[in-house]
Design a protein. Structure first.
Length: 330
């Protein structure tokens, strides 16, 4: 997280330096007609991504056990329940949350010469960004964690008195995402202000990770009953997402120094997920008494649209200005 904060501070400082420059948008730094040039560029971007995730979970009590939030049962090789196990009770729980993340990264782009005297430029761009997100709980029942039996309760207490029971599904974004875009750049000049409107078609590849947790305990009252049975199951699975959608960028020229042209921009886009949007995963394990096998199953899904917005600055290489070599030799 500290690297993300450091990158954000550098970006904001650079934007302030550019807009505070005396040459901001004045067209005075050796500007020339660049319409026939191929123009490479690189940029640094700070952005925000938001998408809704949801999970549905089935809470069931089987004759062989109980799982808060998931379908859980013993293997069929253990057909006889312990005395006092609960009766069957099924219910369905659902939950959702928005997973918001901040991304910091860079991109490389190439623009063609203008398509006609007053036409736009065609551009292609590739990007890679580091993602920093806060883990979100999609659905939760109880307070899953470390099981704790209060020693002051003595021997006669029910499993409801044991804390740490419950179930939860979490989602998070993986560390990096990549993207690409192709579009048109329409340069516009109003007085000394030069800017461009850049619509594009965009691609995004991103990874999410989902984690499931189930913690439960069973205990009976009768004297001589078996000790408390405890079960903790954890599972995780990642989902790779591929999405396409429209984007729009508004870019303002800031300053030109010899062959370098700097600009600042704001952008936004909406991406439709084309790959799988849901997954199922499970975990299996034995209780602490090593008597019964448990299995937990989780289901998670992401909504079809991903939304992104960002701000950044771009530096273009405009070629060697006329007379620059001669001035350097002198």
């Amino acid at each position: 997280m500290s690297r993300t904060v450091y990158s954000i501070s550098i970006l904001l400082h650079a934007l302030w330096m550019l807009t505070a420059s005396p040459g901001f948008a004045d067209g005075s730094s050796g500007r020339r007609d660049d319409d026939n040039r191929w123009i490479p560029s690189w940029s640094l971007v700070l952005g925000f991504t938001s998408q809704e995730h949801n999970a549905s979970e089935r809470s069931s009590q089987f004759p062989f056990g109980f799982a808060s939030g998931f379908e859980v049962g013993f293997q069929p090789t253990q057909p006889t329940p312990f005395p006092g196990d609960p009766a069957i009770d099924n219910r369905v729980d659902q939950g959702d949350n928005y997973l918001n993340s901040i991304h910091v990264g860079g991109s490389l782009a190439l623009e063609t010469p203008r398509l006609g005297r007053y036409g736009p430029r065609l551009f292609i761009e590739g990007e890679i960004e580091h993602v920093s997100s806060q883990t979100r709980s999609l659905t939760r029942e109880g307070r899953p964690g470390k099981l704790f039996e209060d020693p002051d309760l003595g021997a006669n207490f029910s499993d409801q008195a044991i804390t740490g029971q419950g179930a939860e599904v979490l989602s998070d974004a993986k560390d990096y995402q990549i993207g690409a875009s192709i579009g048109l750049s329409y340069p516009i000049q109003i007085g000394d202000l030069r800017f461009a409107i850049r619509p594009s078609a965009r691609y995004l590849r991103q990874k999410f990770i989902f984690r499931g947790l189930m913690v439960d305990a069973f205990r009976q009252f009768p004297p001589g009953a078996p000790p408390t049975r405890e079960i903790t199951l954890r599972g995780s699975e990642s989902l790779e997402v591929h999405a396409l959608g429209p984007g729009l960028e508004l870019e303002f020229e800031a300053v030109r120094i010899e062959s370098l042209l700097a600009s600042i921009y704001v952008s936004g886009g909406a991406y439709r997920v084309l790959s799988d949007r849901d997954l199922d995963f499970r975990a299996r394990g034995r209780d602490n008494l090593n008597q019964r096998d448990f299995q937990a199953e989780w289901t998670a899904e992401i909504e079809p649209w991903i939304y992104r917005a960002g701000v950044g600055f771009r530096v273009r290489w405009m070629g060697i200005p006329a007379g620059w070599i001669g001035r350097a030799e002198r």
